[in-house]
Ligand binder design. Sequence first.
Ligand SMILES: Cc1cc2nc3c(=O)[nH]c(=O)nc-3n(C[C@H](O)[C@H](O)[C@H](O)COP(=O)(O)OP(=O)(O)OC[C@H]3O[C@@H](n4cnc5c(N)ncnc54)[C@H](O)[C@@H]3O)c2cc1C
Ligand SMILES: NC(=O)c1ccc[n+]([C@@H]2O[C@H](COP(=O)([O-])OP(=O)(O)OC[C@H]3O[C@@H](n4cnc5c(N)ncnc54)[C@H](OP(=O)(O)O)[C@@H]3O)[C@@H](O)[C@H]2O)c1
Length: 381
Amino acid sequence: MSPYHVRNPFLARCTRNVSLCGPGSDKDTRHIEISLAGSGLTYEAGDALAVKPVNDPQLVELTLKTLGFSGDEIVKVKDAEKPVREALLRDFQIHFAEKKFLAKLAEKGVEKIAELLKPENAGALDEYTSAWNAARDCVDVLTEFPGVKFEPQEFTDTLRGLNIRLYSIASSLKAHPEQVDLTVAAVRWTAHGRARSGVCSTFLCERWQPGETAAVFGQVQKHFRMPESPDAPMIMVGPGTGVAPFRAFLEEREATGARGKNWLFFGERRSSSEFFYREQFEGWIKNGVLECLDLAWSRETDGRKEYVQHRMHAQGAQLWKWLCDGAYFYVCGDKERMAKDVHEELIAIVQTHGGKSPEEARAFVEETLMKTEKRYRRDVY
Ligand SMILES: Cc1cc2nc3c(=O)[nH]c(=O)nc-3n(C[C@H](O)[C@H](O)[C@H](O)COP(=O)(O)OP(=O)(O)OC[C@H]3O[C@@H](n4cnc5c(N)ncnc54)[C@H](O)[C@@H]3O)c2cc1C
Ligand SMILES: NC(=O)c1ccc[n+]([C@@H]2O[C@H](COP(=O)([O-])OP(=O)(O)OC[C@H]3O[C@@H](n4cnc5c(N)ncnc54)[C@H](OP(=O)(O)O)[C@@H]3O)[C@@H](O)[C@H]2O)c1
């Protein structure tokens, strides 16, 4: 793909960062364009981009203040020496209290933490550090035990490195030479009275403006490539940010003049405010790149939850016909709930419209489609 990797990333420039959400939306999902000019970095539709984030400067300042550091104290990070402020911005994860940090507090005599770290209290420890809407960062813990003091190096030695995050590439190089697009949802929540945020999604959505650079590299995703034949039909199920790779697939099919039929299932909260890439998708319906576009709005005013799998159910007979005609079935997006429900709906469709027993339908989806013919491809997170 390219010479770039985690230890040798490319410093890519953001060229565009715009909201995909309309007025009244309670989400913050963005379309981000990145220039690859001069890098030689290439990718295929279906690949992902790895991004090295920078922490929220406000959280860095709050952490320094809570620790009583000026920020200018020098710490060693691997082989380099730098001010602790810089290290907290770029090198370490600071938005969750990690076990090594807590172990240091226990060592310093904090009994409550020593108790939580006992193997038999693993559940309580998990609740203390990671509870939904109540997860704790170092600031929370240090505020709870204000007597505990750290030296700058001692503190950074307890922290985990700040890792890259992956994002599905939402563009085709054939449509946008030397460019990569992303579709990113900002992850935000409130805990203990303070606003919290996912590091990389909010770095990309809030803190990475056109003209600024960030460290990136490409991640080949062989398991999620388009069909080898340009004539093969594609069924794509991508609610939320899961739509990203399918924009890339469709751009690729349009740019290459591929003749295979394309069917997209997209879902979000409301058609009025979260119909991402609406103009482009409607344009593809008009020019025939998209044969079918099925939309599921989960929070429209009538109060009925409609999800992508409900649209699949309604279109079951047609979907089964496409599968019989050799269609590839793609799913991208939420792993915990959506992908599982879509999987079960696919099995139900094969059973109902393929005239199979429940066992035969499951075997057809999980063995034949997924493993033998590799026509069922997923990229879920
Ligand atoms: C192959 C692949 C492709 C992907 N493609 C995309 C994409 O196209 N677009 C996209 O937006 N994302 C995509 N992701 C997800 C992305 O990589 C990140 O995981 C996502 O942006 C969140 O990262 P973050 O750094 O913002 O959050 P982090 O800093 O990693 O924080 C997330 C953590 O916060 C926790 N958390 C979240 N809410 C709460 C809460 N209310 N209470 C307590 N804890 C909470 C979560 O459980 C999670 O552990 C993809 C992931 C993979 C693996
Ligand atoms: N860990 C979690 O609990 C959790 C929850 C949501 C998102 N996420 C993550 O947050 C990031 C951003 O998510 P996103 O913005 O792409 O959107 P998303 O939260 O995945 O939502 C997109 C659409 O999918 C709907 N949806 C919810 N449950 C579903 C199900 N079981 N089957 C089908 N559709 C379902 C949502 O409806 P409603 O929201 O109206 O139900 C919404 O309309 C992703 O990384 C995602 O994995 C994590």
